[in-house]
Design a protein around this ligand. Structure first.
Ligand code: DO4
Ligand code: MG
Length: 301
């Protein structure tokens, strides 16, 4: 089972259930409870395993789809229905150095040997604040290279979606845009390398936990320049060094997230050191079972 946020003129923002290619409007079905992602996540609390999915399914009384998902998956405009980032009031956090490839890349960019290896092996994971909702874009909206960066890359990551009590509700795809030159200059610049306008993309849908076997998730990245692929790579979620539960447990230590929270789980793909994104590139991250998160890249002010 999948759900999404989308824009449907003249009604505005909706939350919908995606069944095959059909989107059924949950906001219409239960306007007081499912108007927002936050209220839907609040509703997820307290169901036994599988119960939330069954509850969502039961809301779909109208057999006629409101819109086709394929019709939403396009560049946003005020006049046409389109998909939105599946976030409204949640913070986005990120785990780092959770794949061996990330250790190698950070050691190379910073010239620091040791600190990344140490965190890879340590009991406590690296967790950092990534984005407020206004830093996040949905599919087809540009992700940004900072104007003061000359070496930036996308980081394709599985994003965990948790409800306001810390239970795992589902998965989506995340792009943790990163300025490697700024982070490499000094690890203390990490927040500037990671947190800025349009630094994070999420989407296209949230797949409920019951609908996916995380061990089978395969992450594919493609970067196109002038219509041609300039970088392609893939990895699998089972190469993640840590368990999902361990990352969630550390995130919730001494921190509450009453509206739920997203946690990016780290990247297992980093392009070679001589590669940087450029204005006009297009980043596509595909995960079977979740879909494709496709974003153009901009560096314009
Ligand atoms: O340590 C810096 C950030 C690491 C990161 O974002 C990742 O491994 O995905
Ligand atoms: Mg990352």
């Amino acid at each position: 089972m999948q759900f999404c946020r989308y824009y449907m003129p003249p009604l505005g923002t909706r939350v919908g259930v995606v069944i095959e290619d059909e989107v059924h409007d949950l906001t219409e079905a239960e306007p007081n409870r499912s108007r927002t992602l936050s209220s839907l996540l609040a509703r997820a609390n307290g169901f036994p395993p599988g119960g939330f999915a069954r509850w969502i399914e039961a809301q779909v009384t109208d057999k006629v789809a409101d819109v086709l998902f394929s019709a939403l998956d396009r560049r946003p405009s005020n006049r046409t229905p389109h998909i939105l980032a599946p976030i409204d009031q949640q913070e986005v956090w990120a785990a780092g150095v959770t794949y061996r490839r990330s250790v190698e890349a950070r050691e190379a960019e910073s010239g620091q040997s040791g600190i990344y290896d140490r965190v890879y092996a340590a009991e406590r994971p690296e967790l950092f604040f990534k984005a407020n909702p206004h830093h996040v874009v949905g599919p087809h909206v540009p992700v940004r290279i900072r104007a003061d960066s000359r070496w930036s890359v996308p980081e394709p990551e599985i994003a965990l979606v948790m409800d306001g009590r810390g239970a795992l509700v589902g998965y989506t795809i995340g792009n943790d845009m990163s300025a490697r030159d700024i982070e490499g200059d000094n690890p203390l610049y990490l927040p500037q390398a990671k947190v800025y306008n349009q630094a994070c993309a999420l989407g296209p849908v949230i797949v409920l936990v019951e609908g996916l076997d995380p061990a089978s998730l395969h992450i594919q990245l493609q970067i196109e320049r002038e219509g041609r692929p300039v970088f392609e790579a893939d990895t699998s979620f089972d190469r993640l060094k840590r368990s999902v539960q361990e990352l969630m447990d550390y995130l919730w230590r001494e921190n509450d997230f009453p509206n739920g929270v997203f946690l990016l789980t780290g990247t297992g793909i980093v392009p070679p050191d001589d590669f940087s994104l450029q204005d006009g590139d297009v980043v596509s991250i595909h995960v079977d079972g979740i879909g494709t998160l496709r974003n153009p890249v901009t560096q314009r002010r």
